[in-house]
Structures are given as structure tokens and as C-alpha cells.
Design a protein around this ligand. Structure first.
Ligand code: DOR
Ligand code: ZN
Ligand code: ZN
Length: 435
């Protein structure tokens, strides 16, 4: 099948200003680009009139929780990938803190097969570093790689033992796969729900200190230097972690890092006094000083990419209140509009910069054939309406999770159409388009 997307404003992560273009998609691939001022012959083709919307490579999210197998009441591969498509994402990498934990080749294959049969975007599975994510015994890295795992992580918890982490890095290195680390020293956390800061003081709560994250970051950078592994830091949230990553990069350690939209736009001072658990995630919202450090680190390349850490939970679980509810917020359906509105609309970032950190940079960091729309590349793309303002309505999410602190926010930059492998999988008008 041949499709022409006409009258688009094209920009990818390598350009600075959008250009008017038409795009021909054939057999799932980018087939031809034409200048927007010329007319193209679309006879016999499907035609999508982009009508001046932004056309860009599909967004990539290297840190998401799809909850299947085991927590299907929170999310499934079907619902999570539909939510991703609606958010403009075409490639996502899912975390192994499922039930059972994704720590065997069979579970990796289960996730891949389910994604193929029921998913609507590309799903890349991570496998656990330790069995059951208990930090006691390493998984079989070679067999997990063979089954299709793209990297190793115990996300949800930190690997507490330095010796265990060092062995994991040595094995990952020998297989040419990265270690992706949720950095958290349990001995410093003590069951707290929010960061050490103004909110915790006001409510007399124990706080999660910045060092609980940064100690692991520093430890692991030294271990990555010793082993030569590609070491990727999850959801960076503190100024101290950033300092260490900057130092690691400056001496040539193969360290990369990610940051989440919520850590770029919210601080602990924004948490409402109602103690709403939709403001609870791990790592927690930090101080305004940490937020500014994260934004600057993303700007100067110390932090390489943006990820959502999409972490759906049921309404019942989140109703337990700030102290008892599980950590996590959903992210797919708000990420781009949020960052576009807060950083591009305000003039702090160019649109090209935001796109770079959500498309070609994640592809580069993880060696993916994605994030660009050269002729011959898979036609994974998104059309985005940069003009209309809409309110975040959790009731309209395709995710099963409604747990977001952004309900009611008025944002610009809403995806209008998502295409994966040359097939339109979602449009604003029709919703999900089943194959
Ligand atoms: O907020 C979070 N939610 N942080 C994590 O590390 C885990 C995740 C989850 O699985 O819900
Ligand atoms: Zn995590
Ligand atoms: Zn996570």
C-alpha cells in the first residue's frame, strides 16, 4: 500500500526549523520526500492531509511499565501500547517488574509475543538483573539476550550490593548490552514517600534524601569505569547525581542518563496539601533547585534523553493516601504536550531540541534503528497539532491508569495521528485503528 502524507510541516531532531513537505510511505517504509510547494501525484494512493501539522519521527520512550504479566488491573500490553500511540510514541522499552518478574527467557518471549499480537507500537523488553529483583542472584544474561532482552535492570528497586552490580556489569559488557539502573540506597530511604524538603517539613514527614539516589550513581559510575559497560542511569532527579554523571562523562566513562517530564516541571513545593497520591513517584519530586539542575543537565547533554517512567496504578491503590499508596504516575498521554507547552512555547527550548531528546537521542543511546525518517527507514511517525489548547482529561486516557498530577492542565502540542510501520494505528478523530 502507498500513502502520501501531504502538507506537513516537517522537523526531526536534527533540524532547527520546520519545512513544508509531502511524504510518501510504501510497504511500511519511508519511500520519498517531496517539497511542500510542489504538487505530487497521489492517484491510487491513500492520502492523509496533514494540513500544516508538525510531522516528526515517532517518539521513543526507553522507560515504561506495561504491568503485564501479572498486574493486568493496572495496565496491559494492549492498553499500555494504545496509550503510548495516543501520546505519539512508536517505540517503547518496558521494565521487568512484572509478576512473574521478567527474569527468564520465557517471560521475555511472552512479552514480545503479546506485544506482537496485541500491541500497536514497538515494544522492546528489558530483563531483570537479579532473580525476582531480589538482589540475591544474577539472572541468565546470555539466555535473556537470546530471548530478545535489550538490556538489564531491576527497575523499581536499586541493586543494593556493589559486588552484585559489578558482576552484572561485567556480564552485560561481555554480551554488549547496557545496564539500566534505578539508583536507590535502601538504607537511606526508610519508607519515606516524599523528598526531604519544604513539603516534608510542613507535614512532619520523613523525607527521601538526595544522597539515596546519588550514592548509587557514584558507586555505579566507578563500577562502569572498571568494567567498561554501557551504564544508563534511570530517572535522574538530583543535583548531586548530575554532578557525578558530568564527572563520569568528563573522564570517558560510558555513562548515559534519562530524566522524566515530571522532574523537569514539578518540585515538592507543588504537591498539594491534600496529600494527593497522584503526586507520589519514585524518585520523588525534588526541590526547585534540583528541578533547575535537571533542566540544565538535559540542556547541556549531561542527561541524554527524556523518558516517561509511565507507571500506571489503579484508582483504589492510589486512594490509599500519600504515605501508603504505591509510587508512580502515568506519562504517555501528557509527556509531549507538557514539555512543548512548558519549554518550547515559553521560548526556553527550540522545538528541534525537544524532538532530539525524544527521538534521535534515545535511538543513538540504545543503538536503535529509529528516530529518523530517511528514505528506507521504517515509517514510524507522528503528526502533532501545535496550535490548539486542550485540557488534560484523565477520563479520556487510553491507559488504564488515571494517576496523573496534571489533570486539568491546559496544554498545547497534542498528537493527532500516529503511524507505526506505515500503518496508521491511532488518530485523534477515530481513536485506535485496529489492524
Ligand atoms: O514511580 C515509580 N513507579 N518508580 C519506580 O521506580 C517504579 C515504578 C512502578 O513500577 O510503579
Ligand atoms: Zn525506577
Ligand atoms: Zn520505572
Amino acid at each position: 500500500m502507498t500513502t502520501w502524507i501531504v502538507n506537513a510541516l516537517y522537523l526531526d531532531g536534527e533540524g532547527e526549523a520546520p519545512v513544508r513537505r509531502h511524504l510518501k510511505v510504501e510497504n511500511g517504509k519511508v519511500a520519498e520526500w517531496a517539497d511542500g510547494s510542489t504538487a505530487v501525484d497521489t492517484a491510487g494512493c491513500e492520502v492523509i492531509d496533514a494540513a500544516g501539522k508538525l510531522l516528526t519521527p515517532g517518539l521513543i520512550d526507553m522507560h515504561v511499565h506495561l504491568r503485564e504479566p501479572g498486574f493486568e488491573h493496572k495496565e496491559t500490553i494492549a492498553s499500555g501500547t494504545r496509550s503510548a500511540a495516543k501520546g505519539g510514541f512508536t517505540t517503547i522499552a518496558c521494565m521487568p517488574n512484572t509478576r512473574p518478574v521478567t527474569d527468564t527467557p520465557d517471560t521475555v518471549k511472552f512479552v514480545r509475543n503479546k506485544a506482537r499480537s496485541e500491541g500497536v507500537v514497538r515494544v522492546l523488553p528489558y530483563a531483570a538483573i537479579t532473580k525476582n529483583e531480589l538482589g540475591r542472584e544474577l539472572t541468565d544474561f546470555a539466555a535473556l539476550k537470546e530471548a530478545g532482552a535489550i538490556g538489564f535492570t531491576d527497575d523499581g528497586v536499586g541493586v543494593q550490593s556493589a559486588q552484585m552490580m559489578k558482576q552484572a556489569m561485567a556480564r552485560a559488557r561481555s554480551l554488549g548490552l547496557p545496564i539500566i539502573a534505578h539508583c536507590e540506597d535502601d538504607s537511606l530511604v526508610e519508607g519515606a514517600a516524599v523528598t526531604e524538603g519544604a513539603f516534608a517539613r510542613r507535614h512532619g514527614l520523613k523525607g527521601i534524601p538526595n544522597e539515596s539516589e546519588a550514592i548509587h550513581v557514584g558507586r555505579d559510575i566507578l563500577l562502569a569505569e572498571a568494567t567498561g559497560v554501557h551504564y544508563h542511569v534511570c530517572h535522574v532527579s538530583t543535583e548531586q547525581s548530575i554532578r557525578l554523571i558530568r564527572l563520569g562523562k568528563s573522564v570517558g566513562v560510558n555513562v548515559t542518563a534519562e530524566v522524566c517530564p515530571h522532574h523537569l516541571v514539578l518540585s515538592d513545593e507543588d504537591i498539594p496539601d491534600s496529600m494527593d497520591a497522584n503526586w507520589k513517584m519514585n524518585p520523588p519530586l525534588r526541590t526547585p533547585r534540583d528541578v533547575e539542575a535537571c533542566v540544565r543537565a538535559l540542556e547541556d547533554g549531561t542527561i541524554d534523553i527524556i523518558v516517561t517512567d509511565h507507571a500506571p496504578h489503579s484508582a483504589e491503590e492510589k486512594a490509599k493516601g500519600l504515605e501508603r499508596a504505591p509510587f508512580g504516575i502515568v506519562g504517555f498521554e501528557t509527556a509531549f504536550p507538557l514539555l512543548y507547552t512548558k519549554f518550547v512555547k515559553t521560548g526556553r527550548w527550540t522545538l528541534g531540541f525537544l524532538l532530539r531528546r525524544m527521538t534521535c537521542d534515545p535511538a543513538r543511546v540504545f543503538g536503535l534503528n529509529a528516530g529518523r525518517l530517511d528514505v528506507g527507514a521504517p515509517a514510524d511517525l507522528v503528526l502533532i497539532d501545535l496550535e490548539s489548547e486542550k485540557e488534560v482529561d484523565p477520563g479520556s486516557f487510553l491507559s488504564k491508569g488515571r494517576n496523573t498530577p496534571f489533570a486539568g492542565w491546559k496544554l498545547y502540542g497534542w498528537p493527532a495521528l500516529t503511524m507505526v510501520d506505515g500503518r496508521v494505528v491511532w488518530t485523534e478523530q477515530s481513536g485506535i485503528i485496529e489492524a
